[in-house]
Design a binder for this molecule. Sequence first.
Ligand SMILES: Cc1ncccc1N[C@@H](C)c1ccc2c(c1)OCCCO2
Length: 115
Amino acid sequence: PIYCAKKTKTHKDELGICRVLLAELEAHQDAWPFLTPVNHRAVPGYRKVIKKPMDFSTIKEKLTSNQYLNLETFIIDVNLVFDNCERFNEDDSEIGRAGHRMRRFFDKRWTELLQ
Ligand SMILES: Cc1ncccc1N[C@@H](C)c1ccc2c(c1)OCCCO2
């Protein structure tokens, strides 16, 4: 087309997409290991190995207190959840497999929402 408006997203648009994505992550059946911060007293070694813990409830708190500048900073935190999971858990474990499934789901959804 001769005239093609660039589909820039405002800050509000991007935050709306973050809220939708987070709600879908939290509702996913494989979200259970990631819903709340890992209790390092219940998980020996976790505090030593994982330098930047992250979980969906912390992301929600950051989102509602406007700590995400844009969609990118939100995606960085979501990926941190999955990268921490891969670092600490065997691929062939309940939590490891849940992490791979959640990452695949997230990657598919945010690319769909951005189209
Ligand atoms: C994402 C992640 N990575 C590594 C370890 C744990 C977790 N998730 C936490 C919420 C969790 C899941 C399962 C658990 C657990 C804690 O409590 C210790 C007893 C076994 O059951």
